[in-house]
Design a protein around this ligand. Sequence first.
Ligand code: SAM
Length: 198
Amino acid sequence: DVEIVDAAKIPYGRAMAQEAINEVLVDRARAGKFVVRLKGGDPFLYGRGYEEAQACAAAGIPCTVVPGVSSALAVPALAGIPVTNRGMTHEVTVVSGHLPPGHPESLIDWEALARMRGTLVVLMGVKNTPAIAEALLVGGRSADTPAAIIVDGSLDGQATYRCTLGSVATALETEDVRPPAIVVIGQVAGLPPALTAG
Ligand SMILES: C[S@@+](CC[C@H](N)C(=O)[O-])C[C@H]1O[C@@H](n2cnc3c(N)ncnc32)[C@H](O)[C@@H]1O
C-alpha cells in the first residue's frame, strides 16, 4: 500500500524536474498521504531540499527535515581520507563543480579558493575538474598539491585514484571517470589511507 515515485536525477541521464517533484510532494500530502522524500546524503547540500520544504510550507503542509551525512564528507572518509587533519589542514571547503570557472552564472570565487591552503572537496565536478584545476594553478596553488578522485563511494565499484592538482585532468581521462565522483584537493589527499571498513 505504498506508492513509490521515482524522482531520481541521474547525472547526464533521466531526471524528474524539480517543479514536478515539488508538485508530487504537495499533491500526495493534500490527498491525506504521509509523504517520505528520500534523498541522497544531506538534503540541504546541493540537494534542493530547501526548495521542497518551501513548496510544502507555501502549501501549508508541515514537514520535518532529517539531516543526512553528506557524500562530501562520507565519500573521502570511505576512501580513508580525512578532510581535515590536526596540524595540517584547518579548513575544508565544499564546492560545486557543475559550472566551470569563468562561467557567467558561476557564484564561486576560484581565485580566493586558489589562495587557500586547506582541503577543497568538489562535487558534481567530473566534467569541469580540468578547468577547475587550471584556475587553481593559475591562482597560485601548487601543481604538487595532492589530489584524489573517489568514484562510486560506498558502492561495489568504489575506486580511488590518487594524483596531484597538476595531473588530475589526465587521471580523470586515463581512468575514464564517470559520475558520481568526488575530487579532493589538498594535503590530506596525500596521506596514507586510513584503515576503512570498506
Ligand atoms: C546533486 S549532488 C547531491 C549531494 C548530496 N546531497 C550529498 O549531500 O551527498 C550529487 C554529487 O554528490 C557526489 N556524490 C553523491 N554520491 C556519491 C557517491 N556515492 N560517490 C561519489 N560521489 C558521490 C557527486 O559529486 C555527485 O555529483
